[in-house]
Write a protein that binds this ligand. Structure first.
Ligand SMILES: Nc1nc2c(ncn2[C@@H]2O[C@H](COP(=O)(O)O[C@H]3[C@@H](O)[C@H](n4cnc5c(=O)[nH]c(N)nc54)O[C@@H]3COP(=O)(O)O)[C@@H](O)[C@H]2O)c(=O)[nH]1
Length: 803
């Protein structure tokens, strides 16, 4: 069959039909010929047997009597069969008695033993002749096979002719058949060739037969329809892909397994700002920011070798030198068999996102106004620095800075001016410290500075002084030269603590101490401060008991007219008679009570007690009817919405005339919320109670506001009076304040008058009243009784002398 492989189908079909037909005919003819030969031979032999038997029977009598003539005649009947070539009769002694010979070379031998039988061309048979079952002779007949062979030859001839005709017919039929089978196949093949040539899957094969070939055409056309549909859907999807990639906001690229860029979309060019003909992977790599390149190269190798996908943010350097932040995604591309086709990637421009992220980070970690680190970032750096200090064994300082009187500047010059001031302070602080140090703005006017690598406390001292100096230079805002100062608290780690929260608390405490020390200075945290804090906590606890156990008492400090030295009234001052600690002064517990809110309860008690007691002193004639009781109001009390209602209640329960009550409010309390303060003061004034500004000169009041406050009395702070007559500045200020107050129709009370010189100065400047140790220390109720008696006596004497 092997040689047939390269033959045409047509030849194969003809050959196969020829071989099949020929072989079939040959085999069947052979079978028929064999059968014919066998049957004819059998027939001849049977005939010979019947003939021999008849002659043998008939020869019995003649043989008995040895009648050779009869025997000879008997044999003569063999003439009837032309195929018999000889017939011989032998007697019992096997001697020849009669003969029939019909062949030139075949003769009957004289006795039976000499009989030679030729088996190739003849078939023969011996017939014993019996008489009473005793053999008396033998008949031998031999017949020629010639007729048989002739018949056989005729049969063969006939078969060959039939075979030849059949072969011719088979060839004709095979030709016809191959035409029937091969034509549609050729048609199919031509159609296929046409499709392949034109890549046109809409062409269809013609169906001619409704047989298996017709089915094949149907299947073929079905296959074509499927291919055409898939091709169409492939085209659609490819078109969609092209459109999508064209419209895509993402740069798309494809790389073949040999690392050649084979496709990029328009967006890819736009992102990279490269011309369309520049499609080199190497030049793409050249555009990657050197800081991002090493990591990308590692990942790129893993993509190429291990087919591991990449997802990385990186910077690309554009042709104009600017940077674009991109997010790169790349992964291997395989076909359905899993063979690597290349790599697909996407590049998204995330510059805006990055900018927003940076902005968000800035917002989360930086103060938007000054650009400094905010509280969160500062806390973070503080914690890290503490850890590093613990590792390195170095020291570090934490400075807590609070701007002095910032609120006043903000309120008087406006918030935009306040912002300018904060920015300038931030810039000066940053310029003062080293790059490694962290300056942060952790609140409105609060800054912190982390000074790393401190070897001596003197290093910190130098920086603190530099800061105070840097801020001492005036800052020009809205045409005005503003001088701002800061109070600085300093704590050291590991010396003071290694806990970030404790360090913040320490620095805060030290900053408050700096404020207490008159602002514009710095204070190092000390254990004393800690001690104060503990005491603060203890006081807070004990105040609760003091209220319930009535441990508070009032002292009365007289106020004197500087015209005639008559007592114009008293200021009530609270004292805490602690059962163990003795007398505790208000400066130790009032700030704590103010902080905890307990001042509201204490203040209400002071107000009521002051009014009740002074009311009865007036009623008893110990104090003149015009005498005023001045009661201190804390900031919390002043802003308490129930204050006015409380005053009215007190006035009615104590039956003190409203004109006899004066409320002392510190300047700083009023400046916290100017408009709110004015509204509250106006309501107080409606009750008939007068208002005094306490500690005037310490709170940086603006004249513009003072003018608007409905104030009756202005109390010049003790700090201005105490240095009279040594400090000419204080004297000038005091004189100016008195003059200004008078212009605004206010009375002036000078606090802390201790010396005659101070009294003389105040009198010379027309100060209305005085209060101080020169006249009297704060007195208990009994002492006040006595003081008033003595004063009255002195007055009487003076009057009698003068009379
Ligand atoms: N909210 C409240 N505050 C109160 C109340 N009682 C007092 N205080 C405030 O506590 C601060 C300290 O007061 P105190 O220790 O009583 O001191 C007062 C006087 O003793 C002191 N003073 C008076 N004259 C002189 C003097 O000649 N020399 C000198 N060294 N000290 C003197 O001054 C304090 C009174 O000051 P002021 O109130 O500003 O007039 C103090 O701020 C009190 O206001 C209270 O009940 N509620």
């Amino acid at each position: 069959m092997q040689p047939l492989r390269h033959q045409s189908l047509r030849r194969k079909l003809i050959l196969i039909s020829l071989i099949t037909t020929g072989l079939t005919l040959l085999l069947s003819n052979l079978a028929f010929m064999s059968l014919e030969y066998y049957l004819t031979r059998q027939d001849n032999q049977n005939k010979l047997a019947v003939l021999g038997q008849v002659i043998a029977n008939r020869a019995t009598a003649a043989l008995t009597f040895s009648d050779t003539q009869v025997l000879q005649n008997n044999l003569g009947t063999l003439k009837a069969d032309p195929n018999v070539v000889r017939g011989c009769i032998f007697d019992a002694e096997q001697r020849l008695l009669a003969r029939y010979e019909n062949h030139p070379s075949l003769h009957c031998p004289m006795n039976l033993q000499a009989l030679q039988v030729s088996r190739d061309q003849f078939f023969s048979q011996l017939f014993p002749i019996y008489l009473d079952q005793q053999p008396i002779g033998t008949l031998y007949i031999e017949s020629s096979r010639g007729a048989l062979l002739e018949r056989f030859n005729q049969f063969v001839m006939f078969s060959v002719i039939i075979l030849a005709i059949t072969v011719v017919l088979a060839i004709l039929l095979a030709n016809k058949l191959q035409e029937m089978v091969l034509r549609p196949m050729r048609e199919l093949s031509n159609t296929l060739a046409n499709i392949v040539k034109n890549k046109d899957y809409s062409i269809r094969a013609q169906k001619e037969n409704a047989d298996e070939l017709g089915d094949l055409v149907d299947l073929f056309n079905g296959l074509l329809r499927t291919i055409e549909a898939e091709n169409q859907s492939l085209k659609t999807s490819e078109e969609r892909f092209r459109k999508l990639t064209a419209l895509s906001p993402v740069g798309i690229f494809q790389i073949d397994p040999n690392q050649q860029l084979t496709y990029v979309n328009q967006r890819w060019h736009d992102i990279h700002m490269v011309p369309e003909n520049d499609l080199s992977l190497q030049s793409w790599f050249d555009r990657i920011h050197p800081k991002d390149l090493p990591q990308l190269q590692k990942r790129w190798n893993r993509l190429m070798c291990d087919q591991e996908s990449i997802a990385q943010e990186l910077r690309l350097t554009r042709r104009d030198g600017s940077h674009t932040w991109v997010h790169l995604l790349a992964s291997p591309l395989h076909n359905s068999n899993g063979d690597l086709l290349g790599f697909l990637g996407a590049v998204s421009d995330i510059s805006e996102l990055k900018a927003a992220q940076i902005q968000m980070e800035n917002l989360a970690f930086y103060d938007p106004l000054t650009g400094l680190a905010n509280r969160r970032l500062f806390k973070n750096r503080l914690e890290k620095s503490v850890k590093s200090v613990l590792r390195s064994g170095n020291s570090m300082a934490l400075m807590f800075l609070d701007m002095d009187q910032f609120k006043r500047i903000n309120d008087t010059l406006g918030h935009d001016a306040g912002d300018v001031l904060l920015k300038e302070v931030a810039a000066r602080l940053t310029a003062t410290v080293r790059e490694n140090d962290t300056v942060s703005r952790i609140g409105g006017d609060e800054f912190t500075i982390l000074l790393t690598d401190i070897h001596h406390t003197s290093d910190v001292l130098v920086v603190a002084e530099k800061i105070l100096q840097a801020l001492a230079r005036p800052i020009r805002i809205k045409g005005q030269d503003i001088i701002t100062t800061v109070s600085i608290g300093i704590t050291l780690t590991p010396e003071d603590s290694t806990d970030a929260n404790t360090l913040m608390k320490n620095a805060d405490l030290a900053m408050y101490r700096a404020k207490e020390m008159g602002r514009n200075n710095f204070q190092f945290f000390s254990e004393d401060m800690n001690h104060n804090i503990l005491e603060h906590l203890a006081i807070e606890k004990e105040i609760k008991e003091a209220i319930s156990r009535q441990q508070f008492t009032l002292l009365f400090q007289p106020k004197v007219s500087l015209m005639d030295y008559s007592v114009t009234g008293v200021e009530t001052l609270i004292r805490w008679e602690h059962p163990e600690k003795g007398i505790i002064t208000p400066s130790r517990f009032i700030p704590v009570a103010e902080e905890t809110g307990q001042i509201l309860e204490i203040g209400a008690w002071v107000l009521e007690q002051s009014c009740r007691q002074v009311s009865s002193l007036i009623r008893d004639g110990i104090l003149p009817a015009t005498a005023k009781v001045a009661v201190n109001l804390s900031a919390k009390q002043f802003t308490d919405p129930k204050l006015v209602e409380q005053i009215s209640n007190v006035l009615s329960v104590s039956a003190i005339p409203p004109a006899c009550l004066e409320l002392e409010i510190t300047e700083s309390t009023l400046m916290d919320d100017v408009e709110g303060a004015i509204a509250t003061m106006q309501q107080i004034k409606k009750t008939g109670v007068s208002i005094a500004i306490d500690d005037f000169g310490t709170g940086y009041s603006s004249l513009a506001y003072i003018k608007r406050f409905p104030i009756d009395v202005l109390k010049v702070d003790r700090s201005f009076v105490m240095d009279i007559p040594d400090d000419s500045n204080d004297m000038a200020i005091t004189a100016a304040v008195i003059a200004m107050a008078h212009k605004l129709s206010m009375d002036v009370v000078a606090e802390g008058v201790e010396t005659q010189a101070q009294l003389d100065f105040l009198r010379n400047n027309h100060c209305d009243e005085g209060q101080g140790y020169l006249f009297s220390r704060p007195l208990s109720l009994g002492q006040l009784h006595q003081f008033m008696q003595e004063t009255r006596q002195r007055h009487r004497q003076e009057n009698s002398y003068s009379a």
